[in-house]
Write a protein that binds this ligand. Structure first.
Ligand code: NAD
Length: 469
């Protein structure tokens, strides 16, 4: 059967960035299976050396890499540069994480030597999203390779060029053939990879896809499945001092609109008390000043378009549906022009809207909810089946303590944007946001399995109790 033709385009111009054919996940997996024993047997130091060479290659090619990410996603060049820097930095962080989380430990129990060592799973599949097409798959690929697995990577069909660029960096850094294979394609190839001869699947993407994968994996519980999914993230602004209003507004705008709202940790719901008007006014006025533009524009934009017209249309339909249910527009989620998916930041007051969907609207749209007291704020924050990020702006240490204890999310920040996360910490959500296999610093945990051993150089034993003389 002929493989379907794939095309990726620049969201800002509609120009073609990449064309190619969909790949064959089963064939790629078979090649990865052949390469697996050799890579697993390669000493850890040698695997680390290859990964460090990859980081050096990425740094050498950083400008071209960033320019490609910017073209294929539409994100500003400055932001694409930070993504490339994260790709390179991931290697040293993962080396440390692996030693700490999945290293070798020796001890003694009852006079007997005891050891804990880790083994790679074998062949791991990686499915990537479009919003951070390099950094997020890389966050699975680096720890998986370091642990001694071979990897089959299916990137988002919207960002294949970035995936090829990243794979070429590995190829130029001494990674043996078959250790990392890129398979292009969309949903069908993703499903085929999940069904192929893999020992586990490391996924970053939407909750709907993650749930489908969990169903597909239900019959094979021995295969590892790590799901990093989206959120419907709350941000409470409470007791913000007058002199802190500008800073608070900046944190809110960053939380909601960074990356054109296309971060899994972006704030979707801003929860304010009866005194919230002054702050809301500053948020709206600051949003008006955000430059929405193409990656290479001067002056530099704060944010680019969303990924394509389909996504922009869906977001605008979601916005219209909220208006239809009685929400009040603070700032319209307007199109900058009719042809391309540039959206101006939207703000909508949904207080009193009876039926709000608990959905992730993955774009620059902030919903405002007004509540009478902090208990109601916390209830609203947790009124979601997701549990990725949550934030509190304002208050004091005692209020943060109440918020931290009461909020149900894997990332809980105070007076920082919801989308701020340290790469030296674990990263993942609960509820519909994840399956308790956090990534980032804890990725080492799902890339290897522990083997516990009791060891003696010579047979040493005797039966102390229960023997006839
Ligand atoms: P998506 O779920 O549509 O696609 C992700 C990947 O899965 C793509 O490679 C896609 O081709 C593949 N896929 C789609 N349907 C599939 C299926 N049924 N079976 C197997 N594979 C399938 O996600 P997206 O739209 O590319 O990315 C945006 C989403 O990712 C948002 O929901 C966002 O919140 C989430 N995200 C989560 C994190 C995190 O770390 N928690 C980070 C970034 C993005």
């Amino acid at each position: 059967m002929p493989k379907s033709e794939l095309v990726s385009t620049d969201p800002c111009t509609g120009e073609v960035v990449w064309t190619g054919a969909a790949g064959d996940p089963a064939a790629a997996t078979a090649a990865a299976r052949v390469a697996a024993p050799g890579w697993a047997a390669t000493p850890l130091d040698a695997r680390i050396a290859v990964a460090r060479a990859f980081a050096a290659t990425v740094r050498d090619r950083a400008e071209a890499f960033a320019a490609l990410i910017a073209r294929e996603t539409g994100k500003p060049l400055w932001e694409a540069r930070t993504e490339v820097a994260s790709v390179a930095a991931k290697v040293d962080i993962s080396v440390t994480a692996q030693a700490e989380r999945a290293g070798e430990r020796h001890g003694e129990t009852g006079g007997v030597r005891q050891a804990v060592r880790h083994k790679p799973h074998g062949v791991l599949g990686v499915l990537g999203p479009y919003n951070f097409p390099a950094h997020l798959p890389n966050g699975h690929i680096v720890p998986a390779l370091l642990a001694g697995n071979t990897v089959v990577f299916k990137p988002s069909e919207l960002t294949p060029a970035v995936a090829d660029f990243m794979a070429a960096c590995w190829g130029a850094s001494g990674l043996p053939d078959g250790a990392l294979t890129v398979v292009h394609g969309g949903r069908a190839e993703g499903e085929a990879l999940a069904a192929a001869d893999i020992d586990g699947l490391l996924f970053t993407g939407s909750a709907t896809t993650g749930a489908a994968l969990a169903r597909q994996f239900a019959a094979t519980p021995h295969r590892i499945l790590a799901l990093e999914m989206g959120g419907n993230n709350p941000l409470i602004a409470w007791d913000v001092a007058d002199e802190a209003l500008d800073a608070a507004a900046a944190l809110i705008v960053q939380s909601a609109f960074l990356s054109a709202g296309q971060r899994c940790t972006c704030a979707r719901r801003l929860i304010v008390g009866p005194d919230g008007d002054a702050l809301l006014d500053r948020v709206a006025r600051l949003s008006d000043r955000l430059i929405v533009g193409a990656p290479f524009d001067a002056p530099e934009p704060f944010m680019g378009p969303v990924i394509d017209n389909r996504a922009a249309d869906a977001l605008q339909a979601g916005f219209a549906a909220l208006i239809g249910r009685g929400a009040r527009v603070v700032r319209p989620l307007a199109r900058r022009d009719r042809e391309r998916p540039f959206l101006l930041p939207g703000i909508i007051d949904v207080t009193g809207v009876a039926e709000r969907d608990d959905a992730e609207l993955f774009g620059p749209l902030l919903q405002v909810v007004r509540v009478p007291d902090f208990a109601a704020a916390l209830r609203e924050a947790n009124a979601t089946a997701f549990g990725l990020a949550a934030g509190l702006i304002g208050g004091d240490a005692a209020l943060y303590d109440v918020f931290w204890r009461g909020s149900r999310a894997g990332v809980v920040n105070w007076n920082r944007p919801t989308n701020g996360a340290a790469s030296t910490a674990p990263f993942g959500g609960v509820g519909r946001s994840g399956n308790h296999r956090p990534s980032a610093f804890y990725a080492a945990d799902y890339c290897a399995w522990p083997v516990a051993s009791l060891e003696s150089d010579t047979p040493a034993g005797g039966i102390a109790t229960g023997l006839r003389p």
